[in-house]
Design a protein. Structure first.
Length: 183
């Protein structure tokens, strides 16, 4: 009696492995941005609800960034220098140009958009990890989502602060930098 049971489809396995590598690189970029922009925006917004919410995000991202290299090693996922360079270049461009031209409130929403993107990346990474039988990676994603989603919810809720502080919301970093330089 012969069995019709086939092993895993090698093409599917190869495609999933490629997806895992791509998504992991995207996670590296997203977490770098979450830490960097979260910290930068939190400093800009000082002792406000949005500042506190972003400080919590930056702290979580810092912990994740410290853990990602070990996870990559255990899961045999590359940490691409190109991914890190691209993320750093985009963050630098944002800090050097965009954040100096837009209002604090818009910069905050831009950071929030990046945080939401990170959640989508981790959800997709979890789906692919689960479909690939990568239990540790899937578990990492589940824990990350359990911790990050409530933090992003607080960032979303803190947006109301800008409605009650319109002068701060409309302030541009360029103006703030010029004022500080003139002291």
């Amino acid at each position: 009696m012969t069995s019709n049971t086939k092993g895993p489809d090698p093409k599917k396995t190869e495609a999933r492995d490629e997806m895992l590598e791509t998504l992991f690189g995207e996670l590296l970029q997203a977490e770098h941005s979450a830490e960097l922009h979260g910290r930068r925006e939190a400093k800009r917004l000082a002792d406000s609800a949005p500042g506190a919410a972003l400080s919590a995000i930056a702290a979580h991202a810092a912990g994740v960034n410290a853990d990602l290299p070990q996870l990559a090693t255990r899961e045999k996922l590359p940490i691409s220098r190109a991914s890190r360079w691209t993320g750093a270049a985009l963050s630098y461009a944002r800090a050097a140009v965009i954040d100096r031209l837009v209002e604090h409130e818009r910069s905050y929403r831009t950071t929030l958009l990046g945080l939401r993107h990170g959640i989508d990346v981790v959800r997709m990474l979890q789906h692919v990890a689960d479909a690939s039988g990568r239990v540790e990676l899937g578990g990492f994603c589940a824990r990350w989502l359990e911790q990050r989603e409530p933090l992003v919810g607080k960032v979303e809720q803190a947006m109301t602060w800008f409605a009650h502080h319109p002068s701060s919301a409309l302030k541009k970093t360029r103006t703030q930098v010029a004022t500080e330089a003139g002291r």
